[in-house]
Unconditional design. Structure first.
Lengths: 205, 172
């Protein structure tokens, strides 16, 4: 940790008189397009959700019809996020994943160092969160599934959703309403409790 | 990137509700009861763009300056500085003498009077994160800002951090 900080840089003037810098942590909110990711973020964030852009440069693939001049393409990905100040030393950021499959490369950076993830499931289109479930399982990122209740959607029980998504017993599945702050709080509490449970053998401090 | 998951599971049977299925719903995701998009800023032509109700930065319109003009063509910060990721927290060093700065750097320093993340600087200035990282790298090198990196990939979060987050969320 300390080695990655610049607080002890010799170039910084009077480093000892500077106030401590809070530590940031993040939670990922994944799910299909329109599943309610940004709604959930907005329900608990202390700021109106913000959108940032990441410009990614990828080696292009397929037919190279520019004679080797143009071998890279840039893609702009928008990320929506919110913030919760936990205390004077910790700030929590909630990042919604880009909803489109072609922005998968962005998930690597997003999931790096994440505390855990919420997979928001829309029972009208459950298949849209298969990718997210797979990704977090493979990466070992602890996650919970929150079934966002949409008006007009059939009500399914948690076990039906578990079976459809093929997630193990250890993964909590709960019903939620992304528009309701208390409901989103419950989802996050469930997630962190789950993270503490699955990480406890390996946790330090 | 391969897209695993195609083989996963089965879709629950049941009627697809008429309103709301498919792409027709884009833009109707409710945010705190607001239905009309009230974000300003430029559009996001190659992504799904910000959801309704999301602030796409405070800039009233898109800049006509290509982003990397601000960085004199550099697309990544110097390798010598601290690692900057989207939630690295940045704060301006107090008591620095005034000196000539690029407008974007001045804006960054203004935002950094209080601790702020790289992602938030990017959103508030409506400048891509990669560009913000390059500009910040310069400010770090000059000693204008200090940073605190997020927890490295290889390191698990500390239990006391998780417990504090849990307590903080419960207090919301």
């Amino acid at each position: 940790m300390a080695s990655a900080d610049s607080e002890t840089r010799p170039g910084a003037r009077e480093p000892t008189r500077q106030e401590p810098i809070p530590q940031a942590v993040k939670i990922i909110v994944a799910g299909g397009f329109g599943a309610g990711k940004t709604t959930l973020v907005g329900s608990v964030s202390e700021i109106a959700p913000l959108s940032t852009e990441e410009v990614m440069t990828e080696a292009s693939f397929g037919v190279d019809d520019t004679g080797g001049v143009e071998d890279k393409t840039t893609t702009t990905v928008a990320l929506d996020f919110g913030r919760i100040t936990i205390n004077s030393d910790i700030v929590l950021y909630l990042f919604g994943t880009p909803g489109q499959d072609r922005f998968w490369f962005m998930w690597d950076e997003l999931s790096e160092g994440a505390l855990g993830a919420v997979v928001l499931a829309d029972t009208r289109r459950l298949d849209t969160c298969f990718h997210a479930v797979d990704f977090f399982e493979r990466r070992g990122v602890p996650f919970v599934v929150a079934v966002n209740r949409f008006d007009g959607a059939d009500d399914y029980g948690a076990e039906e959703v578990r079976e459809a998504l093929d997630v193990t017993e250890g993964v909590p599945i709960l019903m939620a309403d992304a528009r309701v702050r208390t409901s989103c709080k419950e989802v996050l509490v469930e997630l962190i409790t789950h993270v503490l449970r699955v990480r406890s053998p390996a946790l330090s401090g | 990137m391969n897209t695993p998951g195609e083989q996963r599971g089965i879709v629950l049977p049941g009627p697809v509700s008429a309103e709301g299925a498919g792409t027709g719903t884009s833009g109707t995701e409710p945010v705190g009861g607001r239905s009309a998009p009230w974000y300003r800023g430029r559009t996001h032509p190659t992504s799904e763009g910000p959801s309704p109700g999301v602030l796409a930065g405070d800039a009233p319109g898109g800049s006509l300056v290509r982003p990397y003009t601000m960085t004199r063509g550099r697309t990544r910060p110097s390798d010598y500085g601290p690692r900057l990721d989207m939630i690295t927290i940045v704060v301006a060093v107090r008591g620095r003498a005034e000196r000539p700065l690029e407008p974007e750097q001045r804006e960054i320093l203004r935002l950094c009077r209080r601790p702020i993340s790289v992602a938030e600087i990017s959103a508030r200035l409506d400048v891509p994160m990669t560009v913000v990282k390059v500009l910040l790298g310069d400010l770090v090198a000059e000693g204008d800002v200090r940073t605190r990196a997020s927890v490295p990939v290889t390191q698990l979060p500390e239990k006391k951090v998780l417990q504090a987050v849990l307590d903080g969320i419960r207090r919301l």
